[in-house]
Ligand binder design. Structure first.
Ligand code: ZN
Length: 435
C-alpha cells in the first residue's frame, strides 16, 4: 500500500493524490458522535488516537496534537459525523456477481484470472460501503486466497477477508456443477470440495484447508440457485456431516452450513456446525436445537428479496430455479422472526454476489423491518459477527487495543438505519480507504 507522509499537507489534498489509501504513523479522529460499541450510549465530541493499525486511546473532547503530545499526528475532522465500528458481512461471494445477461458460456471460456480481475471492483465497492471485514463463503479455483493476500499486502483495496475457498458438497449437490452434459460438467468440475462418503469428505475438508481455507462452508441441503430440480432438503448423510465437522474442528476451522430445509438444518446442527446460512424453514424444534448447540443463524434476507425480484423480471430463469425461489423466499421472513423471538444468536450476512456487491447495508433495513431494533441489527454486524469469526479480541467495537476499523455516517443510525447505506468515511486497520 502506498504510504504517504501526511505532515506535508492537509488530509483532503493528499487523499486525492493517493490511489486509494492514506496512512500515517499517528492519526487523530475528532468524532462528533461516536458509537464505541452497541452496548454503550452514543458519546459526543471524542478524540480517537490511532497508531499504525490500532486504536491506542479515546479521549473526551476535541484534543489537539499539543495536548496529546503527538505533534507529528494528522487530524481527521469528523466533527459533523457519527463514527462507528467497521461493519462485518459474514456471507459474501466476492469473486462473482449474479448477472442475468451474462454470456451463458462464460464457464467454458474463462480463466481463473477472469474471476480475480472481475473481483477488484467488488472488493472496492464492499469496503467503500463500510464493510471492513467479510467472510467469503465460496469461490472457484482458489481465487479468493490470492485476492486476500493482495489486500493484506496493500496491493489492492478491499475488506479483510476470512475465506472458505471451495465449498464442500456431495456429487450433484448444491455447489457441484449443473446444467451441462455430464462430461462437460466433470471437465469444469465442482472443485476440491466435491465428496461422497465420510472418508472422502474427510479428504475434501483437509484438501480445502490445505488450499488456504479459514472456515469450512458446506452445502448441507439443496439450494435455490443451482440449476437442478433437487429441492432444498438434506443432501449429506449424517455420517458425512459428522466426518466434515470433526475433521474441520480438529484442524481448528469453524464450519458453516448452507441449509434451507428443516431436516437438513437439524442434521447439520446435530453434527455440530457452528452456524447455519439462510435457515429458511425453521420450526420451534429447530430453534431449540440452535440454542442447545449454541449455533448462530445468518439469515441472508437480502438474498431472498433479490431472487424473489428476479423471478418477476427474468423470463429466462431456469424453471428448476424459479420453482425453488417461489417455494423458499416467502418462508425466510417468518423463520427469521421465529429465531429472533426465541433469541437465537444472529450474525449479519447478505450472500452478496446474489445481490450487488456494495449494497450489503440493505440487509440492515430488512432486519429492522422484520423486527430487530437498529441496535440489534448493528450488533449482528459488529460484536456478534466478530464473535463468530473468533476475532472479538481485534474486531467488533471501537475500544482501545482493537483494530482501527472505523466508519462514519452523516446522521444517527440508531434513529435511521438506512443511513448505513451512505457511509462517508472508511478506515481499515488505520488506513483511510474512503474520505
Ligand atoms: Zn452464498
Amino acid at each position: 500500500m502506498k504510504k504517504i507522509n501526511l505532515k506535508i499537507g492537509t488530509l483532503s489534498v493528499l487523499v486525492s493524490l493517493c490511489t486509494f489509501s492514506v496512512s500515517a504513523d499517528t492519526l487523530l479522529i475528532h468524532a462528533g458522535k461516536m458509537l464505541v460499541g452497541v452496548e454503550q450510549a452514543v458519546k459526543q465530541q471524542q478524540t480517537i488516537v490511532i497508531k499504525n493499525d490500532k486504536i491506542t486511546a479515546i479521549e473526551a473532547g476535541y484534543l489537539t496534537k499539543e495536548q496529546l503530545n503527538l505533534t507529528d499526528a494528522t487530524i481527521i475532522d469528523l466533527k459533523n459525523q457519527m463514527v462507528l465500528p467497521g461493519l462485518i458481512d459474514m456471507h459474501v461471494h466476492l469473486t462473482f456477481e449474479r448477472d442475468t445477461k451474462r454470456n451463458p458460456h462464460q464457464w467454458l471460456t474463462e480463466y481463473e484470472a477472469d474471476d480475480a480481475l472481475r473481483s477488484l471492483k467488488y472488493l472496492k465497492r464492499t469496503v467503500d460501503a463500510g464493510f471492513t471485514s467479510v467472510r467469503d463463503l465460496g469461490s472457484r479455483y482458489q481465487v479468493i486466497f490470492p485476492l486476500k493476500r493482495a489486500i493484506e499486502r496493500g496491493d489492492i483495496p478491499g475488506p479483510r477477508i476470512f475465506a472458505a475457498g471451495d465449498m464442500i458438497t456431495p456429487t450433484g449437490g448444491h455447489a457441484d456443477m449443473h446444467g451441462y452434459r455430464r462430461d462437460v460438467s466433470q471437465a469444469i468440475g465442482g472443485g476440491l470440495g466435491v465428496c461422497n462418503g465420510a472418508d472422502d469428505c474427510t479428504r475434501a475438508v483437509r484438501d480445502v484447508i490445505k488450499s488456504g481455507a479459514d472456515v469450512i462452508k458446506i452445502t448441507a441441503t439443496g439450494g435455490v440457485l443451482s440449476n437442478t430440480a433437487a429441492g432444498v432438503n438434506q443432501q449429506f448423510t449424517d455420517d458425512e456431516l459428522t466426518a466434515i465437522v470433526n475433521t474441520a474442528h480438529h484442524l481448528g476451522r469453524p464450519v458453516t452450513a448452507h441449509a434451507h430445509g428443516t431436516e437438513g438444518i437439524k442434521a447439520a446442527l446435530r453434527a455440530g456446525v457452528d452456524s447455519i446460512e439462510h435457515g429458511s424453514f425453521l420450526d420451534i424444534d429447530t430453534v431449540k436445537l440452535f440454542k442447545k448447540q449454541d449455533a448462530y443463524l445468518i439469515p441472508t434476507l437480502l438474498a431472498g428479496a433479490t431472487v424473489k425480484q428476479e423471478v418477476l423480471e427474468n423470463p429466462n430463469m431456469p424453471k428448476a430455479i424459479a420453482d425453488k425461489v417461489e417455494f423458499v423466499a416467502p418462508k425466510m421472513e417468518a423463520s427469521f422472526k421465529l429465531a429472533l423471538k426465541n433469541k437465537v444468536k444472529i450474525a449479519f450476512g447478505t450472500d452478496s454476489g446474489v445481490s450487488k456487491h456494495g449494497d450489503n447495508a440493505k440487509e440492515f433495513e430488512l432486519l429492522v423491518n422484520y423486527g430487530m431494533t437498529p441496535k440489534e441489527a448493528i450488533k449482528s454486524a459488529t460484536v456478534e459477527a466478530a464473535k463468530l469469526l473468533g476475532q472479538s479480541e481485534h474486531l467488533g467495537d471501537l475500544s482501545v487495543g482493537k483494530q482501527a476499523d472505523i466508519i462514519s455516517v452523516n446522521m444517527n443510525v440508531l434513529d435511521n438505519i438506512s443511513e448505513l447505506r451512505n457511509v462517508r468515511f472508511v478506515m481499515k486497520g488505520g488506513d483511510v480507504l474512503k474520505q
